[in-house]
Design a protein around this ligand. Sequence first.
Ligand code: PEP
Ligand code: CO
Length: 454
Amino acid sequence: MTPENWSPNSWRALPAVQAPPYDNEGAVREATATLAELPPLVTSWEIERLKALLGEAQEGKRFVLQGGDCAETVADCRSDAIASKLKILLQMSLVLVHGLRRPVVRIGRFAGQYAKPRSKAFETRNIDGREVTLPSYFGDLVNRAGFTEEDRRPNPMNLVAGYQHAALTLNFVRALVDGGFADLHHPEQWDLAFTREAALSTELRAEYERMSQNLSDGMHLMEALGEARIEELTRVEFFTSHEGLNLAYESALTREVPRRPGHYNLSTHMPWIGERTRAVDGAHLEFFRGLRNPIGVKLGPTATADDVEQLIATLNPDDEPGRLTFITRMGAGKVAGELPRLIEAVGSRRVLWVCDPMHGNTHSTKSGIKTRSFDAILEDLERTQDVHSSAGTWLGGVHFELTGEDVTECVGGAAGLSEEELAGNYVSPCDPRLNYQQSLELAFLLARRMRKNP
Ligand code: PEP
Ligand code: CO
């Protein structure tokens, strides 16, 4: 089960891009030795369960909703932020279940999404007329987002703090999932203000109202069937995922377990490899190939058919169901030109196709604020779905950067958030996220479209 010449540390012999610039390797070793003694965050049976569900999604029987912050922060490990993130994901998933007539697998980008790849190792800002250059922010697992020398110094103890906050987050998520969500099954109590925006066409407004009415009716009908039945029908399962970027952290939490062959990365259910770290001869691929987890790989517009070939050969040589998810992030304008050849390269082998409509659609405003437009995100999704439809493949999921809070980071949506309004509540230390209303609106639009063209 463990591939030849592989161990949780075999990646160390290979070039690791995006490795944090630590200045004290001894302290990194101490931190990872501490992590290696701590209990796992998830279990191998949960991981196998998710892999089985993803296998069904590959066959078109389920749909995946994956979402959360671009960069989770330790400061955001608060009950309201966690509960609202869970709430928006659950509400979106119910809208999608309704539209797609299929069960939805819910996967958070949370409880460990603390490591960020950066295009530049250093950042320069003008502070009081003086140019100041400091290391970039690499996520809370490495340093902090504030722009001081102390904040930006990579601190190995953040590896342990990241683990602890992932554990606190997951503990609360598990408690909420076990008991606190009954009220969310009542769409009439959701904040559906966006459906009443004057900017929407009368037709679309009527359709939203119809959909939320149908959702409510469906839930009430299920409830009328009796307690046990609604429990069964709306049982909520959440899984976790994050980018497996910091291999010192990931390998310290990769273990063998009793009575199951192979190694599991027990820091999360589904780690993924980012666009910048998927080199076929790099350290990340080497590490991921030996894991038993289901894994994702981001594919941007520069991915080639040969990359796809080698990724499959390295990561899923046995064509195991549920094992490999390709998360495509092309950008609205590039989907039609770049996606078909990747689909062709995969051929009849098993992968789950998920669309990340966020990372190919980031731009800066004239005043230098990083944003994304709701329309570009929707267009990316629609074009991706069109390409899959004509290729005869199933778009089995979506991957969003979102929050349940009322932030102003992406422009557009029914409420018409403008560039001028971005400064109002821009909180993300990294990429711009959809806010509550934009997220729910996208779920409605996607459900409506997928219902029409399944
Ligand atoms: C991300 O998911 O935040 C990210 C960095 O994506 P990508 O690897 O696709 O650029
Ligand atoms: Co991002």
